[in-house]
Design a protein around this ligand. Sequence first.
Ligand code: XMP
Length: 529
Amino acid sequence: MTETLAEAQNSAANDPARGHETIVVLDFGAQYSMLIARRVRELNTYCELIPWDSPAERVAGLDVRGYILSGGPSSVYDEDAPVAPQWVYDSGKPILGICYGMQLLAHQLGGKVGPGSEREFGPASITRSIATPLLEGLPDSVEVWMSHGDRLEALPPGFVSIAHSGNSPYAVMADPARGYYGLQFHPEVVHTPRGKDMLRNFVRDICHSEGTWTSGNFIDETVEAIRKQVGNGKVICGLSGGVDSAVAAALVHKAIGDQLICIFVDNGLLRSGEAEEVVTTFRRNMQINLIHVEAEDQFLTQLAEVTNPETKRIRIGNTFVRIFERESRAIEDARFLCQGTLYPDVIESGSHGKGAKVIKTHHNVGGLPADMKLGLVEPLRYLFKDEVRRIGEALGLPEEMVWRHPFPGPGLAIRCIGEVTKERLDILRRADLIVMDEIREAGLYRDIWQTFAVLTDTKTVGVQGDYRTYGYAVAIRAVVADDAMTADWARLPHELLARMSNRIVNEVHGINRVVYDITPKPPGTIEWE
Ligand code: XMP
């Protein structure tokens, strides 16, 4: 069966995720909605995030054990305020309302929500008054993270108050007979240290999900599903050197062996040693059919004298598509394209309802040439990054590949401010390698979201030995983040920064100054271009 792009995006009939006990999160637009789904998955229970106004058919075929109503920016009294659909209440399954989700439960079930005198935001302490399965195993008093405007003034019929905070008599409410619970605070964020226990209690003891969503099960079931989907067809897969395409390719290879052909377009914009690693890992170690296209010259010709960041991106993207198309058209009876699309890409590109903001159209999902008549194989489209890494480890991919920091498609071109030439790229690669070496040596690689060097187009005066020098300034960027939407600069130890700086100015000819970027995102972006 060859699916069109649209069909593949909208249907997941073959997806192994569909066979598992599932918690469904209805998304009312909170910035933390995706985090709720991740936290549930960490409990080994499959979880999907769907727009609040989804029809009941959206969950058909899922083994739904319970629902979570997320937080959101609305007030239940707003005109057109998003509400939980009746089919969720009619399902007879347990429901956990979080923040706005709790207010909705109250509002829709006959309680009273009133405007809070002021927005409550930040840490608070709640105290339990009645035993409840939701707070089982927790101390009577726990720290939580509040972030809400409206607050509950009267409970709906059937509910009791389980815990209160200084500001709110109903910090936790419950109707145990129906399995309905409400939390005025956010259990999914790290600032609610016992939040994970509350979610575990809900998922395990209230929804009775045992937790079968594990790497081993996922791999076995996905391999089966891929075989069923592609039959005897050939699958092509573009490798970028990043973790997502690597894990996707490894999974597909496990399923169909030689029917997979990988194409690695080496654009000459990768970090030191990365191209070799891709070839060694896939061709030599895993014995995957790999077409290695050495296209550095083509890319650099396209980039000659280009300094505008957007022009760089467009030229690189176009060149890549042209080469990839040429190579894939040359593969006889290629019928499928494998992509490392992840769940956040799917959600961000998806048809979310009025309550949520659509953030961006991800290139993996939206930007394929329309005339490429290939079915899509996207074995990771229901996974979060941390799950992909676990799968990569279980498949035996090298640690450096599985844990690699995110790297932008346009590569070093957008870290080489101004003109992109082979000479400048080599300077940048040498500086970048030192930054990576030192961060690894310090044992900080996994604590940091991204670390890299940026070659600026600023030349400054220096003195080395008895000589005046006039060389480029390099910037070091290191950020911590949960996702790339926001980030903060990493408080790297000064000694570490000193070692990086010393080594760069001594070992990299052409650089005589090193600066550290101390800009959070927002207002800065992670990349400089
Ligand atoms: P910014 O710089 O917008 O980056 O804070 C957020 C995350 O996205 C990566 N990034 C890109 N990834 N193509 C990509 O595939 C791009 O053009 C691109 N630009 C930025 C960046 O590395 C960070 O992880």
